[in-house]
Write a protein that binds this ligand. Structure first.
Ligand SMILES: [Zn+2]
Length: 146
């Protein structure tokens, strides 16, 4: 049996405006509404299109362009991590820790790979004066052919 607190009363929800302020973003109604959709349900990976659909079905009047802008503002503020999968498709990850992903090509689902046990070996030395900031690993999956 799992007991989830009602949507409106979780501490994270109450703290959305504070979380935005701490990140240097003015907690406008649209930002708060989108942040609530993003952060209320634990770690997730969403595209702007998906979040826009969720906003519309939750009666949050917001355009796709505003959703894009807000996601990029949240990313710049360090609240989200951008995961580029294909040129046209960007996922926004509420888990900003350094971790890797499986990408299921048939249904476009992005899943976390637990960092433990994953080792990237044989990385080349970065050029003089540079250092590695992060290594993004995206493991693409297809259905097993029968
Ligand atoms: Zn992730």
């Amino acid at each position: 049996m799992t007991h989830h607190a009602p949507f409106e009363t979780t501490p994270a929800m109450k703290n959305v405006p504070a979380m935005l302020r701490v990140s240097g973003l003015r907690p406008t109604r649209q930002r708060v509404a989108l942040a609530e959709l993003l952060f209320a349900r634990g770690d997730r990976h969403v595209t702007a299109e998906r979040l826009h659909e969720e906003a519309v079905s939750n009666d949050v009047p917001v355009s796709l362009a505003t959703v894009y802008n807000t996601l990029h503002q949240f990313t710049e503020a360090g609240l989200l991590r951008e995961v580029a999968v294909e040129g046209a498709k960007t996922y926004f990850d509420t888990n900003t820790s350094n971790h890797c992903h499986f990408f299921c090509e048939s249904d476009g689902v992005l899943m976390d790979i637990p960092t433990e046990g994953l080792r990237v070996e044989g990385l080349p030395e970065p050029p003089e004066g540079m250092e590695v900031s992060r290594v993004d690993v995206l493991v693409r999956l297809v259905d097993k052919s029968a």
